[in-house]
Each structure stands twice: as C-alpha cells, then as structure tokens.
Design a protein around this ligand. Structure first.
Ligand SMILES: Nc1ncnc2c1ncn2[C@@H]1O[C@H](COP(=O)(O)OP(=O)(O)O)[C@@H](O)[C@H]1O
Ligand SMILES: N[C@@H](CCC(=O)OP(=O)(O)O)C(=O)O
Length: 268
C-alpha cells in the first residue's frame, strides 16, 4: 500500500441524518475529524457527500419527501448551503480548508469538460484543500427523480476515475453487500470480497434501505463497476462509526471489497 494515497470517500444521506431527517452532528463531526486526520497524515482526501435534500428537509421542518422534482430541487438548494456550512465548521475546527464542487454525470461527456474538472480537483488537492462534491441538483434531476443513473454513488466513481484515485470508500447504513437485501431477508449473508462484478452479483442488490437514501445497493454496485473497470478498488463499509475508515487504510477486511481490475499498461 502506498504511503500517500488519493482516496475518494462517498457518504450517503442515511449516514448523515437521523430518521427524522435532522443532521446527525455527532457522525458528521467524527467523519470530518477522521478525514482531516488522514489529510494531515499526507493522504489526498476527496469527499463526495449526499444529504442536500435530507438536510434541507430537516432545516425546513418538512417530514414527507415531496414527489415533485422542482420542490426537491428547491429543498436541496437550501440543504446544500446547510451541508457546506456544517462541513466548513467541522473541518475548520481541525484546521482544514474545504471547497464545494457541484457536478453532473455530463462532466465526462467530452474530454475537454473532464480535463477542466480534473484541473480544478488537482489544483485544490495540490493546495491541501479538501474538495466536497455533490450532484448539482438544480440542473441534474436524475438523482432526485430516483433514476438509477446520475446518482452520487456513480458520481463518486466518476470522480475517482477522473482524479485517478487509489481507492473509493462508500459509507452507508449497512456494513457491505449481502447476497440479498437484509432489510427484507433475515437470512441474508455478507459478501466479503467481489473479484468480478457478474450478473449474479448485480442481482443481489435491492433498493434503498430508508426513505432518506436514494439508489440502495444497486447504484453502489454500478459505481463499483465504473471504478474497478479502471483498476480502482472499491470498499463499501458502514458509516455508523467513521473511524472504520482507518481500518480500510490499515488493510483490514471490513465491509465488502470490490477488487479493481489490473491496470492496462499497454500504451498502444
Ligand atoms: N444486497 C444488499 N446488501 C446490502 N444492502 C442492500 C442490499 N440490497 C438493498 N440494500 C439496501 O441498501 C441500503 C443502502 O443504500 P441507500 O439507502 O441508498 O443508502 P445511502 O444513503 O448510504 O446511499 C441498505 O440500507 C439496504 O437496505
Ligand atoms: N444529491 C441529492 C440526493 C443524494 C442521495 O440521496 O443519495 P444517497 O443518500 O447517496 O443515496 C442530495 O444531496 O440530497
């Protein structure tokens, strides 16, 4: 394992909020402390954070997730400010500077767009600033409309690919991929390692586990497919205790590890 690693961490709404939709400040603070500590160790950390809609609902006292996309967009616009306010405050307490990058999947539409975004990321990383990414919900509606494309799981894999990350860690409300959805199957068994994402693996994934999450395991497997294809390992772990991220750095077999394919060194 390299001494200095470039790591993308994706955290879902289910980890960042309580069931009543309010921000879980204890968890957010712990997450910021762990990421700051790893940045201080010399690693290059990037955070992809969901939660704009969830935190916005909490802030506005809205308890039922609206069905209209434009309403969800408006609430997410409120929540995104709140989310960045929290991150700025908590990372600031550990002397780390953060930045906000709002993207859509269309960032990889042309090599020019991709390069522009890569340059922004690399300048921030070189300056020791932690980029915090979310889908730009005001312009991209795929995620809020609940489609399986355009969600933050896949966006995190796209980011990992663009910046040539060493690893993508996905934090969620369950400790990895099970052979069936544990929310509805009490006999579901955890899969520790996935060497190849087959149709059988894809069939294991069900939808979201709470009314706060979006894509469930299905979008996490699609994300793993994007990243492993270009040689990036993906590890899905529980966000319950953000210190589990240290276990990943120590090479411990926590969660489910999706092995990145061998990088193709053929320049032809
Ligand atoms: N095969 C599976 N293994 C594990 N979790 C699964 C599986 N199928 C569906 N899920 C559900 O996926 C949920 C996590 O996804 P999601 O609710 O979208 O969370 P997040 O907000 O972290 O993205 C879990 O709570 C679980 O109920
Ligand atoms: N981009 C939106 C939706 C993200 C979302 O709910 O996704 P996730 O919690 O990762 O399943 C937001 O920040 O609320």
């Amino acid at each position: 394992m390299k001494d200095k690693q470039r790591i993308v961490i994706k955290v879902g709404t289910s980890t960042l909020t309580y069931e009543n939709g309010k921000a879980n400040l204890r968890k957010v603070e712990k997450l910021c402390k762990v990421i700051s500590d790893l940045e201080n160790q010399g690693h290059e950390m990037v955070l992809v954070s969901s939660g704009a809609l969830g935190v916005g609902m909490g802030k506005l006292g809205i308890t039922t997730r609206p069905t209209e996309t434009n309403k969800k967009q408006a609430i997410a616009a409120v929540g995104q400010c709140e989310l960045m306010f929290m991150y700025d405050k908590f990372f600031g307490e550990y002397n780390n500077v953060v930045s906000q990058i709002l993207l859509t999947k269309y960032v990889v539409e042309t090599p020019h767009k991709e390069e522009t975004v890569r340059n922004t990321f690399m300048s921030l990383i070189d300056m020791g600033i932690i980029p915090i990414v979310n889908e730009n919900d005001s312009v991209a509606t795929d995620e809020l409309e609940g489609n399986k494309i355009g969600d933050n799981d896949q966006l995190s894999a796209i980011v990992a690919k663009i910046i040539d990350a060493d690893k993508l860690i996905i934090l969620t409300d369950i400790d990895g991929l099970y052979d069936k959805n544990p929310a509805t199957n009490s006999d579901a068994k955890k899969i520790n390692t996935v060497e190849l994402i087959t149709d059988e693996i894809k069939a294991m994934a069900g939808g979201r586990g709470s009314n706060r999450g979006t894509g469930g395991m299905a979008t996490k497997i699609l994300a793993a497919e994007i990243a492993t294809e270009v040689g990036i390992d993906v590890q899905i772990i529980s966000g319950e205790n953000p210190e589990t991220i240290y276990d990943v750095f120590e090479g411990k077999p926590v969660g489910t590890i999706f092995m990145g394919k061998e990088k193709d060194n053929d320049c032809n």
